[in-house]
Ligand binder design. Structure first.
Ligand code: ZN
Length: 242
């Protein structure tokens, strides 16, 4: 895990060029990126960044579910918190402000996925479910799946009630991603989702983590906890290149 972690300094906090292109996807035939406050989910800017027309950018209606959407030809946005596609003419994405944005691709068939995992999605096992659908519907194998975790609230800032700990433990198992300090409980949501991916047989060397906390860097990223609702969301987008 350590090898695939980006340090804060790699993401240039001073630069205007703050779109994060996870290096783990380089040379895999996909275009994948995480945005910040500056771009957010502005479809015009995302369209310019990706070269995909606005009408072919697909984002689901997120409701902290474990629904995985496979967009049909109409590209009608429906309720769900993960998207998978084998199409190379659309850009799929999800939006977050503290929750974990996750991008996936299969290195063999270049099927791509975008997943939104807050604590509820994590407790519902949305990563496990996405990987399992990936394998069932697109003939993927976990060994071929590459995953990038974007900026999210990290355990430094994410204290939770014990019921959250219990519900995540039921799906992710126990690990150092769930811990207490004094009277308070903390979750490392990325760690909890990574545990799900590893238990689904994704290889550790195929996982990349941004290691940027949205709450610590709320001047660069939207943070629901730090700044409240209604501020905005950053995006995570991925597309298989033709
Ligand atoms: Zn933090």
């Amino acid at each position: 895990m350590t090898n695939n972690k980006m340090s804060s300094s790699e993401y240039n906090l001073q630069s205007d060029k703050r779109i994060i292109y996870p290096p783990i996807f380089h040379n895999l035939g996909v275009s994948a990126f995480f945005t910040d406050r500056a771009v957010g989910i502005d479809k015009e800017r995302v369209s310019l960044l990706s070269g995909i027309p606005i009408e072919r950018i697909y984002m689901p209606v997120q409701k902290h579910t474990d629904e995985v959407i496979i967009p049909d030809n109409s590209l009608t946005s429906v309720t769900g918190d993960a998207v998978i596609t084998e199409r190379d003419d659309i850009l799929i994405g999800i939006q977050t402000a503290d929750c974990v944005p996750i991008l996936m691709c299969d290195t063999k068939n270049r099927t791509v996925a975008a997943v939104h995992a807050g604590w509820r999605g994590t407790a519902k096992g949305i990563v496990k479910k996405t990987i399992s659908l990936y394998c069932d519907l697109f003939s993927s194998t976990p060994g071929n799946i590459v995953i990038a975790f974007g900026p999210s609230i990290m355990s430094c800032c994410y204290n939770v009630g014990f019921e959250v700990i219990e519900s995540i433990e039921r799906v992710s198992g126990s690990g150092d991603f769930l811990f207490s300090k004094g009277e308070s409980w903390y979750v490392d949501l990325v760690g909890a989702n990574m545990a799900q991916a590893l238990s689904a047989n994704v290889r550790q060397e195929n996982i990349w983590i941004s290691a940027l906390c949205t709450s610590c860097h709320d001047n660069k990223f939207f943070s629901y906890r730090k700044s409240g609702a209604g501020q905005g969301r950053q995006g995570a987008f991925i597309r298989s290149l033709p």
